[in-house]
Design a protein around this ligand. Structure first.
Ligand code: ATP
Ligand code: MG
Length: 266
Protein backbone atom coordinates (compact mmCIF):
# COMPACT_ATOMS: atom_id res chain seq x y z
CA UNK A 1 0.00 0.00 0.00
CA UNK A 2 1.58 3.29 -0.98
CA UNK A 3 1.39 6.22 1.38
CA UNK A 4 0.44 8.49 -1.52
CA UNK A 5 -2.63 6.43 -2.37
CA UNK A 6 -3.73 6.50 1.25
CA UNK A 7 -3.40 10.28 1.39
CA UNK A 8 -5.72 10.84 -1.54
CA UNK A 9 -8.60 8.97 0.06
CA UNK A 10 -8.32 10.79 3.39
CA UNK A 11 -10.34 13.94 3.71
CA UNK A 12 -8.16 16.95 4.44
CA UNK A 13 -8.39 17.45 8.12
CA UNK A 14 -6.85 19.57 10.83
CA UNK A 15 -8.01 17.41 13.67
CA UNK A 16 -5.73 16.74 16.61
CA UNK A 17 -5.41 13.05 17.43
CA UNK A 18 -3.45 11.57 20.29
CA UNK A 19 -2.37 8.03 19.44
CA UNK A 20 -1.12 5.83 22.24
CA UNK A 21 1.00 3.03 20.84
CA UNK A 22 1.19 0.14 23.26
CA UNK A 23 4.53 -1.37 24.02
CA UNK A 24 2.58 -4.57 23.46
CA UNK A 25 2.24 -3.76 19.74
CA UNK A 26 5.81 -2.61 19.10
CA UNK A 27 7.61 -4.52 16.43
CA UNK A 28 4.47 -6.18 15.13
CA UNK A 29 3.85 -5.91 11.42
CA UNK A 30 1.16 -3.30 11.67
CA UNK A 31 0.62 -0.05 9.79
CA UNK A 32 0.17 2.26 12.77
CA UNK A 33 3.22 4.37 12.02
CA UNK A 34 2.38 4.67 8.31
CA UNK A 35 -1.16 5.63 9.34
CA UNK A 36 0.19 8.35 11.67
CA UNK A 37 2.29 9.75 8.83
CA UNK A 38 -0.64 9.55 6.41
CA UNK A 39 -2.80 11.52 8.84
CA UNK A 40 -0.06 14.11 9.23
CA UNK A 41 0.27 14.44 5.45
CA UNK A 42 -3.48 14.94 5.20
CA UNK A 43 -3.17 17.98 7.48
CA UNK A 44 -4.05 16.35 10.79
CA UNK A 45 -2.10 16.98 13.97
CA UNK A 46 -1.12 13.59 15.39
CA UNK A 47 0.69 13.23 18.71
CA UNK A 48 2.14 9.84 19.59
CA UNK A 49 2.48 8.65 23.20
CA UNK A 50 4.09 5.26 23.66
CA UNK A 51 4.37 2.60 26.32
CA UNK A 52 6.96 -0.09 26.74
CA UNK A 53 5.99 -2.32 29.62
CA UNK A 54 7.28 -5.58 28.16
CA UNK A 55 10.57 -4.06 27.10
CA UNK A 56 11.09 -2.56 30.56
CA UNK A 57 10.53 -5.99 32.09
CA UNK A 58 13.13 -7.47 29.70
CA UNK A 59 15.70 -4.81 30.50
CA UNK A 60 15.13 -4.96 34.26
CA UNK A 61 15.96 -8.65 33.89
CA UNK A 62 19.03 -8.01 31.75
CA UNK A 63 20.27 -5.38 34.17
CA UNK A 64 19.44 -7.69 37.09
CA UNK A 65 17.28 -5.09 38.81
CA UNK A 66 14.74 -6.79 41.01
CA UNK A 67 11.05 -5.99 40.49
CA UNK A 68 8.99 -5.50 43.61
CA UNK A 69 5.22 -5.61 43.31
CA UNK A 70 2.91 -3.77 45.70
CA UNK A 71 -0.78 -4.66 45.35
CA UNK A 72 -0.07 -5.86 41.81
CA UNK A 73 1.69 -2.64 40.82
CA UNK A 74 5.38 -2.59 40.10
CA UNK A 75 7.26 -0.35 42.46
CA UNK A 76 10.00 1.75 40.83
CA UNK A 77 13.21 1.95 42.84
CA UNK A 78 15.98 4.45 42.08
CA UNK A 79 17.79 1.76 40.08
CA UNK A 80 14.65 0.67 38.26
CA UNK A 81 13.90 4.29 37.37
CA UNK A 82 17.21 4.56 35.54
CA UNK A 83 16.25 1.50 33.50
CA UNK A 84 12.71 2.83 32.85
CA UNK A 85 14.00 6.21 31.68
CA UNK A 86 16.73 4.63 29.60
CA UNK A 87 14.42 2.15 27.90
CA UNK A 88 11.47 4.47 27.30
CA UNK A 89 13.25 7.69 26.37
CA UNK A 90 16.20 5.91 24.81
CA UNK A 91 15.43 2.58 23.20
CA UNK A 92 11.69 2.73 22.49
CA UNK A 93 11.33 6.44 21.72
CA UNK A 94 14.36 6.59 19.42
CA UNK A 95 13.14 3.49 17.55
CA UNK A 96 9.68 4.97 16.98
CA UNK A 97 11.08 8.30 15.80
CA UNK A 98 13.41 6.44 13.43
CA UNK A 99 10.59 4.25 12.08
CA UNK A 100 8.30 7.24 11.56
CA UNK A 101 11.16 8.84 9.62
CA UNK A 102 11.57 5.71 7.52
CA UNK A 103 7.94 5.93 6.36
CA UNK A 104 8.28 9.62 5.50
CA UNK A 105 7.31 11.34 8.75
CA UNK A 106 9.23 14.07 10.52
CA UNK A 107 9.02 13.15 14.16
CA UNK A 108 10.61 14.59 17.28
CA UNK A 109 11.09 12.46 20.36
CA UNK A 110 10.67 13.85 23.84
CA UNK A 111 9.46 12.86 27.26
CA UNK A 112 7.29 14.74 29.68
CA UNK A 113 10.50 16.05 31.24
CA UNK A 114 11.26 18.07 28.09
CA UNK A 115 10.00 21.60 28.44
CA UNK A 116 8.49 20.38 31.72
CA UNK A 117 5.47 19.47 29.61
CA UNK A 118 4.16 16.64 31.82
CA UNK A 119 4.24 17.67 35.47
CA UNK A 120 3.92 14.90 38.01
CA UNK A 121 4.25 14.01 41.66
CA UNK A 122 4.84 10.84 43.65
CA UNK A 123 1.63 9.69 45.27
CA UNK A 124 2.45 6.50 47.16
CA UNK A 125 5.85 6.06 48.75
CA UNK A 126 5.53 2.27 48.47
CA UNK A 127 5.56 2.67 44.68
CA UNK A 128 8.76 4.68 44.71
CA UNK A 129 9.43 6.83 41.66
CA UNK A 130 5.98 6.41 40.13
CA UNK A 131 4.11 9.60 39.40
CA UNK A 132 0.65 10.81 38.81
CA UNK A 133 0.10 13.63 36.37
CA UNK A 134 -0.55 17.02 37.93
CA UNK A 135 -0.59 19.04 34.73
CA UNK A 136 0.28 19.01 31.03
CA UNK A 137 1.54 22.01 29.07
CA UNK A 138 -0.69 21.62 26.04
CA UNK A 139 0.68 24.82 24.47
CA UNK A 140 4.17 23.34 24.43
CA UNK A 141 2.99 20.20 22.65
CA UNK A 142 0.88 22.33 20.28
CA UNK A 143 3.96 24.41 19.45
CA UNK A 144 5.66 21.27 18.15
CA UNK A 145 2.62 20.50 16.03
CA UNK A 146 2.68 24.09 14.77
CA UNK A 147 6.29 23.53 13.75
CA UNK A 148 5.06 20.72 11.49
CA UNK A 149 6.55 17.79 13.36
CA UNK A 150 5.00 14.73 14.95
CA UNK A 151 5.72 14.76 18.70
CA UNK A 152 6.52 11.31 20.09
CA UNK A 153 6.21 11.38 23.86
CA UNK A 154 7.75 8.91 26.32
CA UNK A 155 5.69 8.63 29.51
CA UNK A 156 8.07 10.18 32.00
CA UNK A 157 6.90 13.11 34.05
CA UNK A 158 8.80 15.83 35.86
CA UNK A 159 8.38 16.31 39.58
CA UNK A 160 9.59 19.79 40.52
CA UNK A 161 12.29 20.77 40.68
CA UNK A 162 14.23 18.03 38.94
CA UNK A 163 12.98 14.50 39.48
CA UNK A 164 11.88 12.35 36.52
CA UNK A 165 9.06 9.93 37.41
CA UNK A 166 7.71 6.80 35.77
CA UNK A 167 4.07 7.28 34.71
CA UNK A 168 1.63 4.93 33.06
CA UNK A 169 1.60 5.73 29.33
CA UNK A 170 -2.18 5.46 29.06
CA UNK A 171 -2.59 8.11 31.74
CA UNK A 172 -0.14 10.41 29.97
CA UNK A 173 -1.96 9.94 26.65
CA UNK A 174 -5.31 10.79 28.23
CA UNK A 175 -3.97 13.89 29.99
CA UNK A 176 -2.18 15.08 26.84
CA UNK A 177 -5.43 14.67 24.87
CA UNK A 178 -7.29 16.67 27.53
CA UNK A 179 -4.71 19.44 27.65
CA UNK A 180 -4.65 19.75 23.86
CA UNK A 181 -8.43 19.65 23.63
CA UNK A 182 -7.82 16.89 21.08
CA UNK A 183 -10.57 15.73 18.77
CA UNK A 184 -9.71 12.11 19.35
CA UNK A 185 -7.66 9.75 21.46
CA UNK A 186 -6.86 6.30 20.11
CA UNK A 187 -5.33 3.52 22.20
CA UNK A 188 -3.64 0.96 19.96
CA UNK A 189 -3.03 -2.24 21.86
CA UNK A 190 -2.66 -6.00 21.33
CA UNK A 191 -6.34 -6.94 21.63
CA UNK A 192 -9.33 -5.90 19.49
CA UNK A 193 -10.59 -3.50 22.13
CA UNK A 194 -12.45 -3.94 25.38
CA UNK A 195 -13.59 -7.57 25.58
CA UNK A 196 -16.48 -8.93 27.64
CA UNK A 197 -16.56 -12.07 29.79
CA UNK A 198 -17.02 -14.19 26.61
CA UNK A 199 -14.02 -12.44 25.03
CA UNK A 200 -16.32 -10.74 22.55
CA UNK A 201 -15.57 -7.18 21.47
CA UNK A 202 -17.59 -4.50 23.23
CA UNK A 203 -18.02 -2.03 20.37
CA UNK A 204 -19.35 0.82 22.52
CA UNK A 205 -18.97 1.28 26.25
CA UNK A 206 -20.39 3.81 28.68
CA UNK A 207 -19.14 4.44 32.21
CA UNK A 208 -21.79 2.23 33.79
CA UNK A 209 -20.93 -0.81 31.67
CA UNK A 210 -17.22 -0.24 32.27
CA UNK A 211 -17.82 -0.13 36.02
CA UNK A 212 -19.80 -3.38 35.86
CA UNK A 213 -17.11 -5.16 33.81
CA UNK A 214 -14.54 -4.02 36.31
CA UNK A 215 -16.61 -5.11 39.30
CA UNK A 216 -17.03 -8.54 37.65
CA UNK A 217 -13.26 -8.87 37.25
CA UNK A 218 -13.51 -8.85 33.44
CA UNK A 219 -11.79 -5.50 32.99
CA UNK A 220 -8.39 -5.87 34.64
CA UNK A 221 -4.68 -5.14 34.38
CA UNK A 222 -3.51 -2.97 31.51
CA UNK A 223 -7.08 -2.26 30.38
CA UNK A 224 -7.89 -0.32 33.57
CA UNK A 225 -5.69 2.75 32.98
CA UNK A 226 -6.84 2.83 29.33
CA UNK A 227 -10.52 2.92 30.24
CA UNK A 228 -9.90 5.49 32.99
CA UNK A 229 -7.95 7.69 30.56
CA UNK A 230 -10.71 7.36 27.95
CA UNK A 231 -13.39 8.59 30.33
CA UNK A 232 -11.16 11.41 31.65
CA UNK A 233 -10.60 12.61 28.08
CA UNK A 234 -14.22 12.06 27.07
CA UNK A 235 -15.24 14.43 29.91
CA UNK A 236 -13.88 17.34 27.89
CA UNK A 237 -15.32 16.13 24.59
CA UNK A 238 -12.45 14.02 23.24
CA UNK A 239 -13.69 11.04 21.17
CA UNK A 240 -11.88 8.03 22.58
CA UNK A 241 -11.25 4.56 21.13
CA UNK A 242 -9.40 1.38 22.08
CA UNK A 243 -8.44 -0.79 19.14
CA UNK A 244 -6.04 -3.41 17.86
CA UNK A 245 -2.76 -1.87 16.76
CA UNK A 246 -1.43 -5.19 15.48
CA UNK A 247 -4.00 -5.24 12.66
CA UNK A 248 -3.19 -3.23 9.52
CA UNK A 249 -5.20 -0.07 8.92
CA UNK A 250 -6.85 0.25 12.34
CA UNK A 251 -5.90 3.89 12.92
CA UNK A 252 -6.81 4.79 9.38
CA UNK A 253 -10.22 3.16 9.80
CA UNK A 254 -10.91 5.19 12.93
CA UNK A 255 -9.70 8.40 11.29
CA UNK A 256 -12.08 7.88 8.38
CA UNK A 257 -15.03 7.22 10.70
CA UNK A 258 -15.26 3.45 10.13
CA UNK A 259 -16.06 1.36 13.17
CA UNK A 260 -13.03 -0.30 14.76
CA UNK A 261 -12.44 -1.53 18.26
CA UNK A 262 -14.26 -0.05 21.23
CA UNK A 263 -15.72 3.45 21.15
CA UNK A 264 -16.12 5.22 24.47
CA UNK A 265 -19.47 6.83 25.11
CA UNK A 266 -18.51 9.73 27.36
N1 ATP B 1 -11.70 -6.70 29.47
C1 ATP B 1 -10.54 -6.69 28.82
N2 ATP B 1 -10.55 -6.57 27.47
C2 ATP B 1 -9.41 -6.57 26.77
N3 ATP B 1 -8.17 -6.65 27.33
C3 ATP B 1 -8.09 -6.75 28.68
C4 ATP B 1 -9.27 -6.77 29.48
N4 ATP B 1 -8.90 -6.87 30.77
C5 ATP B 1 -7.56 -6.93 30.78
N5 ATP B 1 -7.05 -6.85 29.53
C6 ATP B 1 -5.63 -6.92 29.19
O1 ATP B 1 -5.14 -5.64 28.82
C7 ATP B 1 -4.05 -5.87 27.92
C8 ATP B 1 -3.65 -4.58 27.23
O2 ATP B 1 -2.96 -3.74 28.13
P1 ATP B 1 -1.36 -3.79 28.24
O3 ATP B 1 -0.97 -2.80 29.30
O4 ATP B 1 -0.90 -5.19 28.40
O5 ATP B 1 -0.86 -3.32 26.80
P2 ATP B 1 -0.52 -1.86 26.25
O6 ATP B 1 -1.04 -0.82 27.19
O7 ATP B 1 -1.03 -1.83 24.86
O8 ATP B 1 1.04 -1.85 26.23
P3 ATP B 1 2.02 -1.00 27.23
O9 ATP B 1 1.49 -1.15 28.62
O10 ATP B 1 3.36 -1.60 27.03
O11 ATP B 1 1.97 0.40 26.72
C9 ATP B 1 -4.58 -6.95 27.03
O12 ATP B 1 -3.57 -7.65 26.36
C10 ATP B 1 -5.34 -7.84 28.03
O13 ATP B 1 -4.51 -8.86 28.51
MG1 MG C 1 -0.37 -0.81 29.30
Amino acid sequence: MSTGAQTTTLVKTQTTTVVKIGGSTLGSQDTSLQDVVTLHRAGARPVVVHGGGAMITDWLGKMQVESVFVDGLRSTSREALDVVVGVLRGVVNAQLVAELGAVGGRAVGLSGVDGGCVRAERYDERLGYVGRVTGVDGDFVASLLDAGVIPVIAPIGLEAPAQPLNINADTVAGEVARALGADSLVFLTDVDGLLDAEKQLVSEVDAERARALRADGVLTGGMIPKIDACFRAAEVGVRAFIANGTQPGTLRQIATGEAAGTRILG
